[in-house]
Ligand binder design. Structure first.
Ligand SMILES: CC(C)(COP(=O)(O)OP(=O)(O)OC[C@H]1O[C@@H](n2cnc3c(N)ncnc32)[C@H](O)[C@@H]1OP(=O)(O)O)[C@@H](O)C(=O)NCCC(=O)NCCS
Length: 159
């Protein structure tokens, strides 16, 4: 799977929070350092140890480079940037029962907006696993010869 390039300077960041999420009490915000173990444990349980490792690094950044989706004190999703590589967006994931209602798109745009405000002109989405989601949410450009990319040869966790 190829990496994708995102032109941050072309994105519109107004009205990224749709009414249906607000009306359903779903909040999306930057996470806080005291939430690190809670968020990484949830990511580990839901998506595995590799993503939890990346997520933990995002909590070592200032400001924290992890956004979370929350409803009634329950975590529904997360997204990170500057975790494994500078300028990279990801990982991103939403609780299966809460998919297809717009949470992933707001998490994605929240990270991209934060990157734009931190001075990045471009973001890279590494070895994407949900191309249709990214295609539906933003304009991206496939980076030639980027597979296998920067994650080439990474050690895999075994059960
Ligand atoms: C990818 C993921 C984060 C999307 O989260 P989500 O909350 O369901 O996404 P949204 O509801 O915000 O979807 C935004 C748009 O993408 C579309 N979309 C989302 N997932 C899709 C899929 N698997 N196939 C096709 N379209 C998809 C939605 O229909 C929506 O389109 P619309 O704006 O035209 O209505 C979620 O499916 C997930 O956690 N997947 C497993 C982890 C993963 O693969 N992460 C990406 C790895 S790089």
């Amino acid at each position: 799977m190829a990496d994708l390039l995102v032109k941050l300077y072309d994105l519109q960041f107004t009205d990224i929070y749709p009414d249906n999420l607000k009306e359903n009490g779903i909040e999306i915000r930057r996470s806080l350092v005291p939430e690190k173990l809670l968020v990484s444990a949830w990511v580990n349980k839901t998506f595995g140890a590799a993503w939890a490792s990346e997520c933990e690094v995002s909590f070592a950044q200032q400001p924290v480079s992890c956004f979370v989706a929350i409803k009634s004190g329950q975590l529904l999703g997360f997204s990170c940037y500057n975790a494994t590589f500078k300028g990279f967006l990801g990982p991103i994931g939403v609780e299966p029962k809460y998919r297809f209602i717009g949470i992933g798109k707001v998490l994605l745009l929240s990270c991209l907006k934060a990157m734009a405000y931190q001075g990045y002109a471009y973001a890279i989405i590494g070895s994407i696993g949900a191309k249709d989601f990214f295609d539906q949410s933003i304009t991206t450009f496939e980076i030639p010869d980027s597979s296998p990319g920067a994650y080439k040869g990474i050690l895999k966790y075994h059960d």
